[in-house]
Design a protein around this ligand. Structure first.
Ligand code: SAM
Length: 253
């Protein structure tokens, strides 16, 4: 089983109840960039408990959510039934090997997930493959503000959640998206201020892991603290940091 499936199967109940993930501010921006219509056949990749797929459902003809973690998918399915989204379905599968034929969809989305993907270039190639010409890919994911700070961010994030893989820069995203054949249309940044206690509880951190994270943050220079939005209280305890979520619209022309 992959690290992501292990982590998210274990945290599925907690994730399904998380308001930050369900209502967080990247979601309305992603929906605006996606500009869904009743003609759309949509695919939400790494759908988890279906937050993005079910936000799209009322606006599209059909939406499919795909994810590695079956316990996350079980929540998505239950919520779709509860909310009466008859046009939503969920299947198990990998972002890097999408279980769909070429040109099946007009819209592909992926929110708060590509930083888990081992091979982002494979995901981009797969999204391109399953999209029809004129289709769009809309992604919301945390980025590193500079290439220099990325190793620190990846270490900090992986300490908290071993299924984290890489929080790439906007430039790295641009290069990979264009190599996959996409046209980069527009992007914006949506800041997420994450309370440290909430953030570590959410992923089930042990007291040892919390201590390691505090140590890592304490070692940041003042300039690095600014870059990652690390906040400390008067006693010097880490209380929050801010992730920059990039929302981007790409098109297959
Ligand atoms: C933080 S959750 C995001 C869920 C959802 N997109 C949302 O907006 O709330 C990340 C999800 O990515 C899934 N995931 C990670 N790597 C994956 C991969 N390679 N293929 C498919 N799903 C993956 C995990 O199982 C998890 O459900």
């Amino acid at each position: 089983m992959t690290e992501s499936a292990k982590q998210f199967n274990a945290r599925a109940d907690q994730y399904a109840a998380s308001e930050v993930h369900r209502f967080g501010p990247s979601l309305p921006v992603l929906i605006e960039y996606a500009a869904p219509t009743k003609a759309d056949l949509a695919l939400d990749v790494a759908t988890g408990t279906g937050n993005t797929a079910l936000a799209l459902a009322p606006h599209v003809a059909r939406v499919t959510g795909v994810d590695l973690a079956e316990k996350m998918l079980a929540h998505a399915q239950a919520r779709a039934a509860e909310e009466g989204h008859a046009n939503a379905n969920f299947v198990q599968g990998s972002a890097e090997e999408l279980p769909f034929a070429d040109a099946t969809f007009t819209l592909v989305t992926s929110r708060h997930a590509p930083h888990h993907f081992r091979k982002l270039e494979r995901f981009l190639a797969e999204a391109y493959r399953v999209l029809q010409s004129g289709g769009r890919l809309v992604v919301a994911d945390q980025i590193s503000p500079t290439p220099e700070i990325q190793p620190w961010l990846d270490r900090y994030q992986t300490t908290r959640d071993p299924s984290h893989y890489a929080q790439r820069t906007e430039q790295a995203w641009r290069e990979l998206a264009e190599q996959a054949g996409f046209v980069w249309v527009e992007e914006t940044l949506v800041p997420y201020r994450l309370d440290f206690d909430w953030w570590t509880k959410q992923s089930g951190c042990t007291p040892e892991t919390v201590a390691q994270l505090r140590e890592q943050a304490a070692a940041l220079t003042p300039a690095e603290r600014d870059l990652v939005g690390a906040e400390f209280d008067e006693a010097g305890q880490l209380i929050a940091h801010t992730d920059q979520m990039m929302v981007v619209r790409l098109e297959k022309r």
